[in-house]
Design a protein around this ligand. Structure first.
Ligand code: F6P
Length: 518
């Protein structure tokens, strides 16, 4: 079944939420804390995760209406359509099955077979590279692997590889994404062609940044290796496998991305090869298992006890009723500093839409702006505005209860800071003079996870992915296309082809200035 078509703003629960907002928005979080069973009603535990969402401007009555919104918008049916592989990406006529990539068995045998074959291919390749069975032209083991890809073919991979660097099998990962010649050269300069493996990841194999960087890396390899064949040194990962082969990659080194895997959700399949190489295949399987377990939680739990659903509802509430434009993600773990950047694409490319599933312009807010940085660094940059600025910015605080390091004293300081911030945001400081007055009443979710493991990281990413799905499902938009990014690409192509007649006067003038300077 395709996703249902609706107007959420016409649902009774939406209207009820509107009146609740009017009546309750002057109630403070501190007052809401006095509600009976506040902590029981506003926290859930799942496996090694604890989500405390009690520090929100949401009463129990509002929470019930938000859950009602899920029921009225037929979220359950939509979740089933998503997992089963129905054509829910209607504008591109595709299923959306990245969840199948991390499952042991999908209800369709055909999908299961494709997934298992792909997974084994990736795992075998990673194992061979790590064991030294697959080597470079001179017979030496690879020491460096370079992922050439952008957007969904880069952000998740880099974030995971960095977060799980403590699992490293010894091969150094590098990432080339931007079409910035200075940066590409800088990365290449450090490498030795004899022991470097390049993975070109592009679902379309048409993305200009990736193709140009791949060409440049190929030229660099041939020149630095004094004319060696690229055969053992280039792997291509794409839905457009023929283009990868035409580029010169050996057919045994071209791995497919099925059409039903969206770029920004592709790290779970062949596009995750650099992850499997970096952390080793056992840890890679654990990453998938954790994500799969979170998928089961999402698919099977009641909405009241469902982490991705609750996070989505909280997001819709602030975005649509409080008119908060942004939400911040603050992981108290330095190795997770790229999580906000990754979630920016996953969420904003998915839910940054203003046409609904009826092809009408929406009259409510859709996806918000996602941003953030690691704590405590963020405390020393933008937290001032969170505490005393004029904007209301809901935050997700993410912390791990056990560090990998034995330095528990330092970890105590990290966690004390995390807790202190959520408390300060909520309670503020009322007694001091004008400039020291901190209003408080600023909402946050706290997610405590036992420790950073491949399994828990997989679950964390899947939690946010499923939150994104839920937001799109309720807000009646198509979350899995990205038509908005195509326009700029075609204009750039026009400029590169020397066609500037269609440009506005400002852009044309800047182009002329650039051409004069060259
Ligand atoms: O610019 C948008 C986009 O299409 C993303 O959705 C995608 O992740 C990225 O470009 C890269 O695309 P590809 O994997 O086809 O090179």
């Amino acid at each position: 079944m395709p996703l249902n078509k609706l107007d959420p703003s016409k649902l009774n629960s939406w209207k009820e939420l509107g009146s609740r907002f009017k009546n309750e928005n002057s109630i403070t979080i501190e007052e809401l804390m006095e509600e009976p069973n506040r902590l029981d009603n506003f926290s859930i535990e799942w496996e090694e995760f604890i989500l405390d969402f009690s520090k929100n401007r949401i009463s129990k009555g509002t929470l019930d209406q938000l859950v009602n919104l899920c029921n009225e918008s037929k979220l359950k049916n939509n979740i089933e359509s998503y997992f089963k592989g129905d054509i829910i990406n209607e504008t591109e006529k595709r299923s959306v099955l990245h969840t199948a990539l991390r499952s042991q068995k999908h209800e369709s045998n055909e999908i299961s077979q494709i997934v298992n074959e792909l997974r084994e291919q990736i795992i075998n390749t990673a194992d061979k590279i790590n064991s030294g069975d697959r080597v470079g032209y001179s017979g030496k083991k690879f020491t460096d692997v370079v992922n050439i890809g952008i957007g969904g073919s880069h952000l998740g991979q880099e974030m995971v590889v960095e977060a799980l660097s403590f699992c490293s099998k010894g091969i150094t990962p590098h990432f080339i994404s931007n079409i910035d010649p200075d940066y590409t050269s800088q990365v290449l300069e450090k490498l030795d062609p004899e022991t470097t493996l390049f993975i070109v990841v592009s679902k379309s194999f048409k993305t200009i940044e990736t193709i140009e960087n791949a060409k440049k890396s190929k030229e660099w390899f041939i020149s630095e290796s004094k004319g060696q064949n690229i055969r053992d040194h280039f792997i291509g990962i794409s839905n457009n496998t023929s283009a990868a082969k035409e580029f010169g990659i050996n057919k045994d080194s071209v791995f497919p991305i099925p059409e039903w895997v969206g770029g920004r959700f592709s790290l779970w399949g062949s596009a995750g090869l650099i992850i499997a190489i970096s952390i080793g295949s056992e840890n890679y399987r654990e990453l998938l298992n954790g994500a799969n377990s979170m998928d089961k939680h999402f698919r099977e739990s009641d909405f009241e006890n469902n982490m991705p659903v609750l996070l989505a509802l909280i997001s819709i509430w602030y975005n649509n009723f409080f008119k908060c434009e942004t939400e911040a993600i603050i992981p108290y773990s330095e190795v997770l500093n790229k999580l906000p950047k990754y979630l920016q694409q996953a969420s904003m490319e998915s839910n940054g839409k203003s046409t609904d599933r009826n092809s009408e312009k929406v009259n409510y807010e859709t996806g918000g702006i996602i941003w953030g940085a690691s704590g405590t660094n963020a405390q020393h940059s933008f937290f001032q505005l969170l505490h005393q600025g004029t904007k209301l910015i809901p935050c997700d605080f993410i912390a791990f209860q056990k560090p990998h390091s034995k330095d528990l004293e330092q970890h105590k300081i990290l966690i004390a800071n995390c807790l202190a911030q959520t408390n300060a945001l909520m309670s503020g400081q009322k007694k001091e003079g004008a400039h020291k007055y901190i209003e408080g009443n600023k909402p946050s979710n706290s997610l405590f996870i036992n420790s950073l493991t491949p399994y828990n990281l997989g679950a964390l990413i899947a939690m946010y992915e499923n939150k994104i799905f839920t937001v799109g499902s309720i807000l009646n938009i198509f979350s899995f296309d990205q038509w908005g990014v195509e326009l700029g690409k075609s204009i750039a192509k026009g400029i590169l082809n020397g066609d500037s007649d269609f440009l506005d006067i400002s852009t044309k003038n800047l182009l002329t200035k650039y051409n004069q300077e060259k």
